[in-house]
Design a protein around this ligand. Structure first.
Ligand code: PBG
Length: 324
């Protein structure tokens, strides 16, 4: 053959492949979700997330030190609220001595440079397991936004670097920014879950926090997975309202959405490689059907290639080890 172009030239050795790679992963791409429990000496494996744990604060602080030593720079905190503290208005979420607030302080105290991001939504605190206040069968928007804004201020007071509203109520980013400004928290960032879809892949996470909705589903506030352009609308509005980082969630079945959003905005885009995506890889690997290590790197690289600048992932530690 007399070929003018031979594309395999650039694929012939690891050296040339690594030199022309368009995408690369590094530890500073990752946000590490942490599940925090009351008590001491508690480390409970999450049944549907093998190898991932819910830990009491003493273990969490140790874990955060280890993450920092590995080059991981950001954690995203979720707490498991005791059943007896749950109510319809998420009252416990505003407790200045609540588990979230204590966790923020303890982590910032132990590793001040670690970027602490906090989940802002009512579901872990809600007796109904919904992200907002329930009235009859409705999830009420405006009253919920009020609580989310107060919750964000409370996290900022405790020392959170970023608040991360994961609820999908309308107008919450603007309300949170306004509340932060009014309370002089001018350095607190907002990472908005801007395009968060109602997804079956959140199941294992809801096991981890015991936060599954008690009735109905989340389709009146989380997005419909038939839609892509709507993600751009949601994201642009959140930026307008004051988001510093936007997010697409889930990640894997939504790579097209990540790219669409990335092309539409000029601020960092994150993606959440969620619990069900973790569980699928773990389960197939356990069966011997896929190579877990390769699946982790291929998946995370694909999410980055799609346009995510940051990736929240339960595989962060594994990925850093694999990249070494
Ligand atoms: C709830 C919340 C969820 C996740 C993060 N925050 C679940 C939900 O919306 O029901 C899911 C994360 C994951 O599945 O890994 N505010």
């Amino acid at each position: 053959m007399n070929l003018q172009r031979r594309n395999r030239i650039l694929r012939q050795s690891p050296t040339i492949r690594s030199m022309v790679a368009e995408t690369s992963l590094s530890a500073s791409d990752f946000i590490v979700p942490l599940f925090i429990d009351e008590g001491e000496n508690v480390k409970t494996e999450i049944a549907s997330m093998p190898g991932y744990y819910r830990m009491s604060l003493d273990f969490t602080v140790k874990e955060v030190k280890e993450l920092w030593s590995m080059g991981l720079k950001s954690v995203l905190l979720f707490i498991k609220c005791k059943d007896e503290l749950k109510d319809n208005r998420g009252t416990e979420a505003l407790n200045p001595n609540g588990l979230m607030q204590r966790s923020i302080k303890a982590i910032k105290n132990a590793v001040p440079e670690m970027l602490v991001m906090t989940d802002v939504a009512l579901d872990p605190f809600s007796s109904y397991g919904h992200d907002g206040i329930v009235d009859g069968s409705e999830i009420v928007n405006d009253a919920t936004v009020d609580v989310l804004a107060k919750m964000s201020v409370s996290h900022a007071q405790a020392g959170a670097d970023f608040v991360a509203p994961s609820d999908m109520m309308d107008g919450r980013i603007g309300a949170i920014r306004k509340a932060l400004e009014e309370n002089s928290f001018t350095k607190t960032g907002i990472m908005s879950y801007s395009a968060k879809y109602a997804s079956c892949f959140y199941g294992p996470f809801r096991d981890a926090l015991d936060s599954a909705p008690g009735f109905g589903d989340k389709k009146t506030y989380q997005m419909d997975y038939h839609n892509r352009i709507e993600a751009v609308k949601e994201t642009l509005m959140d930026i307008e309202e004051g988001a510093d980082i936007v997010m697409v969630k889930p990640a894997l079945a939504y790579l097209d959405v990540i790219r669409e959003v990335k092309n539409a905005v000029t601020i960092p885009v994150s993606a959440y490689n969620i619990s069900g995506e973790y569980a699928m890889i773990k389960a197939a690997a356990k069966m011997g059907w896929i190579d877990e290590r390769k699946a982790i790197l291929e998946t995370l690289t694909a999410i980055k290639r799609a346009g995510a600048d940051l990736i929240a992932t339960y595989f962060a530690k594994d990925a850093v080890k694999l990249l070494e």
